[in-house]
Write a protein of this length. Sequence first.
Length: 305
Amino acid sequence: MKVSVIIPCYNSADFIDETIQSIIDQDILEMEIICVDNGSTDQTLNILNELQKKDSRITIAIEPKKGASFARAKGFNLAKGDFIQFLDSDDIIKTDKLNIQMKAIEEQDVDWVVSDRSVLNHYLTKVLEQHKFEHIIGNEIEVGISEVITSGNPLYKKSALEKVGGYTPDLIVGQDWDLHIKLIIAGLKVGYIKGDFFHSRRLKESLSSNWVFVSDTLCALIINYKDEFLKFDIKSSSKAMNKIHQTYLQSLIHSDNSSQKNTWLKELEFWNQVFPISISELGKLKVVFKVFGLRTYIKIARLLN
């Protein structure tokens, strides 16, 4: 039984050595480490080659720069393990992560397992955020929609990822949200094991920090999963509905993507009928919303942005 650890690498010279060392230090031996270089122009590939000389479990694949999702898909196609661990090239995992989560999947008889997560600063010297996920059990669709389960957090059965096609290769942002929504909709059982086994870094240059671009992408994904969401009767979940409302509101107020404006507005109006927007979420302009309605609220909010 083997774990395949898949890491997309793009200009990762500052961190990749530390990330791979945290994998090598795991208290299991039967694993492979698949590093997919995504067109790096720094010393990343040289570092990977040196690491491979020291540990034969490391495989290096070279791909054009097509994004992390494409690289993850490439790595997944190469994977031979029964379990899959995705990591970003600046992530760190504790030495018992793979062993503990693998046992949890078997003992709980689930398809993937989630633990807790910490977000640290650039140098891993300060905890910026902590995320607990014990509430995911019984609330899978709510948590899947309203919270971000970062790729390095779970361990997956390879067979579960095969059923949903793994990562969507052409997504630039929102890939983790999309993957976990696919798993939940497909009925693939998620488990939880308490513990903070995974640390991610907060990097200023990260694509995920461009929240307007992320919102636009999520707006399109929500449309893609609209019928499935309705089957789950998510109108009973204020957290899920508020996430959908806020995603469309952010794009309508802040995005310059005018070609999508009418589509986003119609979708927001639809979801507002399913579950009315919470007045408390609308800030100083809530009176405008109450008196003049959603469209006027958005027009004024855009002018003030």
